[in-house]
Design a protein. Structure first.
Lengths: 60, 305
């Protein structure tokens, strides 16, 4: 799921309104972890998908 | 003299390839903007990252010792994917965006179109994408306050002429070049927001050198030489200059024009790089590392000739 303009605007709107309350921002975090990490077949890891010399080998 | 350039380039290449979405099944296959395809923090990709396609094409074609990317099929395929992604990311009018959606950025369109139009013939894929819409947009738009962008637009239009064979793009390129050369001050500098800037001057000269290499003229040659002479008056023996007195405060130094026209200036830059005294691509953030790395690779290839 890529970020789109509507999603970005909605997220920012939440961040600067309800998101100011630590309770709400914690809920958002739980939801994002569920969507992006726990429920994904390929889990999101920020520090990943960098270049590896093995990448130069042709995959069958 | 050129070893320092290839050493720096080969050190940066794995970093830059890491920016690229290399998964063929991915919708964003070929995208160099990690903040878009991987972190998913932004809602559009900055098209300037796609200039990485030219770096891949040059690495693919450059037979250099320790260049493990030379003739590698994956590098070839990633380059094609990056070019196709750039073409898809364009606005309907052929322009691209750098900072926000529907920006129609003159800078990003000129710089990225130049890189893509240079990469296509290197891969012998001249018809892979249609650049004419982008050429039409560049021909209609200008940013005369910023000489480096004008130089990029002229060089991109010239490349699009060679790719398409349509004379209107040659006319537009020559028109842009002529206007730019008229803007050059008597002391030799090309204005950047009303003043001189050594970093951007060196970039403008690199871009004009690309133009000259494809369409030589005495007027352009003299202009480039005057421009280099201006830079030399500010460089110390290690290629360093004081950015505080310049209009944009840039700290970088593009060297391709030096490698073609002035070995003295190139030697100063090499001394600075070897002493780690002047800024090199590894000091730059992701946004700017790609074009300077390309310039160093082109400097190396020119020196090797």
């Amino acid at each position: 799921m890529r970020m789109n303009t509507i999603g970005l605007l909605s997220l920012r709107l939440f961040n600067i309104t309800f998101g100011r309350l630590s309770f709400c921002t914690k809920i958002l975090r739980v939801i994002l972890v569920k969507i992006l990490i726990k429920n994904k077949q390929e889990k999101y890891v920020a520090c990943a998908k960098y270049f590896d010399w093995q990448d130069l080998k042709r995959k069958p | 003299m050129s070893d320092i350039f290839i050493r720096i380039v080969l050190a940066q290449a794995p970093r830059i390839i890491g920016f690229l979405d290399r998964t063929p099944e991915s919708e964003t296959y070929g995208c160099f903007e990690r903040y878009y395809w991987h972190y998913k923090l932004i809602d559009f990709p900055n098209a300037r990252f796609q200039e990485g396609a030219l770096l891949l094409a040059l690495l693919f074609k450059s037979k250099a010792e320790e260049n493990l990317f030379y003739q590698n099929e994956n590098i070839h395929d990633w380059c094609i994917a990056a070019i196709k992604f750039w073409a898809r990311a364009r606005n309907r009018n052929g322009s691209v965006n750098e900072v926000y959606p529907f920006e129609n950025s003159f800078c990003a369109t000129a710089m990225s179109a130049l890189a893509i139009s240079q990469a296509l013939p290197l891969l012998e894929k001249k018809d892979l994408i249609d650049l004419r819409k982008t050429g039409e947009w560049l021909a209609k738009n200008d940013n005369l306050e910023v000489s480096n962008q004008q130089a990029a637009a002229a060089a991109a239009l010239l490349n699009i002429y060679f790719l398409s064979g349509e004379a209107r793009f040659l006319e537009a390129a020559e028109q842009k070049l002529s206007v730019l050369l008229k803007c050059q001050e008597k002391s030799g500098f090309f204005p950047e927001y009303g003043g001189f800037d050594i970093g951007y001057q060196s970039l403008t000269l690199s871009l004009l050198t690309k133009y000259y290499k494809r369409k030589a003229s005495d007027t352009l040659l003299n202009s480039i030489r005057e421009g280099i002479h201006f830079i030399l008056s500010y460089l110390n023996d290690k290629g360093h200059y004081d950015p505080a007195i310049t209009s944009r405060k840039t700290q970088f130094l593009y060297t391709y024009a030096f490698s073609v026209f002035d070995k003295n200036a190139l030697q100063k830059a090499v001394r600075g790089l070897e002493a780690n005294a002047i800024l090199n691509p590894s000091w730059l953030d992701d946004r700017y590392v790609i074009p300077l790395t390309i310039d160093y690779l082109e400097s190396y290839l020119e020196e090797k000739k």
